[in-house]
Ligand binder design. Structure first.
Ligand code: SF4
Length: 350
């Protein structure tokens, strides 16, 4: 029995204006990285004029949630590794929009070893609100095996500097890096929790053409996670962060044509995050349905926004629940008033 939808009202996510500064400012070569392939940016430096034009153009676009805050986000590369003048130019280009109230948030990402108290203070002066650190792992063995060129201690120091300056901190973690076991990934997540970040992003490690990892893969010296394995592992990490009220704002890389062309191997899926949430939600609904009195009809109430993760790809979750006989006598309702990722099962009075 399905399904009835009630009206909905949700907090709108920020309208993000992305600006890619691929590899600019980064003299490193992490094994998994070929930023040019991933972002599709091959030539040319992004300058203040491009920043202004991008913001102007995107501010003119129709928005799904006009009341949502506008966030300018510098992606890729290592922002604070750029020459200070370039940082000032790029951040300076955003200032008029911040002052005019057309942009409310400024976010950037960088390496942990490119953050000092002075740098954090500088970012704060320019109105930066969120700094995401490419921590990737909180295990020194994994960092070394991945050619990251920084340590866990440097991640800790960077987080402390940013917090001290009053900035919000994001941690980016990668799953399935060279030398990382499942136990190490889980331990890394617990270490990340101890740093109390404001948000986290989880990315499965992919083999991208042109990266040193691609060569290791060709030589049979690196084996990426399979998709089911990566989805299960990301789910376990999501549960750890959720238990500590730390928002996992993204799982999986932003899909793009250039990324899809560049991926040679690894757990790539354009809706990776949805696969993870769908798997977790399936387990939750299944547990609730197992616990009910089977003879009595029930109403299964879920958040309307959770309908797609409840159904799963190709309605797969519903088919699995039905095959287990768990949907017999169950009326499924999708409601706007039901909190996200919760399950309410109530007996139906005949
Ligand atoms: S630090 Fe970032 S941009 Fe530089 S090589 Fe590593 S992943 Fe790529």
């Amino acid at each position: 029995m399905e399904s009835r939808c009630l009206s909905s009202k949700a907090t709108p996510p920020p309208f993000v204006i992305p600006i890619f500064i691929a590899h600019q400012g980064c003299p490193h070569q992490c094994l998994f990285c070929n930023q040019r392939r991933i972002t599709g940016v091959v030539e040319g430096l992004v300058g203040p004029r491009e920043v202004e034009e991008t913001i102007r153009t995107q501010l003119a676009w129709p928005r799904r949630y006009p009341a949502a805050p506008v966030q300018v986000a510098f992606y890729g590369g290592s922002f604070t590794g750029l020459a200070r003048e370039r940082q000032e130019e790029l951040l300076g280009a955003v200032q008029p929009f911040l002052a005019a109230g057309q942009v409310q948030e400024l976010r950037l990402s960088t390496r942990p070893d490119y953050v000092t108290p002075e740098i954090a203070g500088f970012l704060r002066e320019y109105g930066v609100r969120i700094v995401e650190l490419g921590a990737q792992s909180l295990d020194d063995r994994v960092l070394a095996a991945s050619g990251r060129g920084h340590t866990v201690a440097q991640v800790r120091t960077a987080v402390a500097c940013l917090k001290e300056a009053g900035l919000l901190v994001g941690l980016q973690l990668m799953l399935g890096l060279p030398g990382e076991s499942t136990a190490m990934a889980l331990a890394s997540a617990r270490q990340a929790v101890a740093l109390e970040p404001d948000l986290v992003r989880l990315y499965p490690c992919l083999v991208v053409s042109g990266s040193p990892l691609a060569e290791l893969y060709r030589q049979g010296r690196y084996q990426p996670l399979g998709l089911p394995q990566a989805v299960a592992l990301a789910g376990r990490l999501w549960v750890i962060f959720k238990a500590h009220r730390i928002a996992v704002v993204r799982m999986g890389l932003q899909p793009s044509v250039s990324l899809e062309k560049a991926v040679l191997a690894g757990p790539y899926h354009p809706a990776f995050g949805e696969l993870v949430l769908s798997r977790l939600f399936f387990k939750k609904v299944r547990a609730a349905l197992f616990a009910r009195l089977p003879q009595q009809p029930h109403r299964l109430c879920l958040a309307r926004a959770d309908e797609s993760i409840y159904r799963g790809r190709g309605n797969g979750n519903v088919k699995r629940l039905a095959a287990l006989g768990l949907l017999e006598g169950v009326e499924t309702v999708f409601s706007a008033s039901q909190p996200r990722q919760t399950v309410l099962l109530t007996p139906l009075v005949p």
